[in-house]
Ligand binder design. Structure first.
Ligand SMILES: [Zn+2]
Ligand SMILES: [Zn+2]
Length: 234
């Protein structure tokens, strides 16, 4: 299965093939929300692979169907908080605070492993953290360094949006979630959705390593994901 479809279909196929995945064999795509960086490739993907179902809640699917001119019938609807299955995966969508219609993160279970997927989170809410607490492996947003964001030269309204309660997690906010909710079962964290202008991998990594050290969890392995190449999270 695939979470989101922000790459072009050609790039998705290329990257998937480089890690021995054939995207035509996907059991389904789950969508977190309707922002372009998460759905830009969905229309072409659906044209190329109409038999791969797209899972989304109603608000998200209606938004995508309208913007991308995709038939509503392409979507399989779920309700936030209601578990469903895709092939061998048990998928639990949970609400997150972000500035679009009904965005979600996911907890995905397979073969006894619990995976947390949380990006585009405006506030490190307890209602997000309780799902992180279930995880063995987590992909977690660590979007920006607040000082770099303020000094980025971006319009004040955009800075306010990103740093706001329905924007994105700063490095410190991501660390706060881990500090408060990492359970003994957590073994691996992949930091994701880093801003290329307002963050740097070594800054995000250092903040999280300090956090893991402060809670006596240096044993948790840590990766920082880039935007331009695939990475194996096992
Ligand atoms: Zn977003
Ligand atoms: Zn995003």
């Amino acid at each position: 299965m695939l979470v989101d479809c922000g790459l072009s279909c050609r790039e998705l196929k290329r990257r998937a093939a480089s890690v021995d995945v054939d995207v035509s064999c996907l059991d389904g795509i789950v969508i977190t929300h309707s922002h372009d960086d998460h759905i830009a490739g969905i229309k072409t993907f659906h044209k190329c692979f109409p038999d791969v179902p797209i899972f989304a809640n109603i608000m998200t699917s209606e938004t995508i169907a309208w913007h991308e001119r995709i038939d509503e019938d392409a979507f399989v609807h779920f309700e936030n908080g209601q578990q469903f299955e895709i092939g061998p995966f048990e998928v639990m969508p949970f609400s997150i605070p972000h500035d679009t219609s009904d965005p979600v993160g996911y907890v995905i279970r397979a073969e006894g492993v619990v995976y947390f997927h949380g990006t585009d989170i405006g506030t490190p809410l307890d209602s997000v953290g309780v799902h992180l607490a279930e995880a063995d492996v987590a992909t977690l947003e660590s979007n920006h360094d607040p000082v770099m964001l303020r000094q980025s030269g971006r319009p004040p309204s955009l800075i306010q949006r990103i740093a706001g309660p329905r924007g994105h997690l700063s490095n410190d906010q991501s660390c706060e979630l881990v500090r408060r909710f990492a359970s003994p079962r957590l073994k691996r964290i992949a930091l994701a959705h880093l801003s290329e202008e307002c963050n740097a991998p070594h800054i995000a990594e250092r903040a999280m390593r300090e956090t893991l050290s402060s809670i006596g969890r240096e044993d948790v392995s840590l990766a920082v994901l880039g935007q331009n190449s695939p990475f194996e999270i096992s």
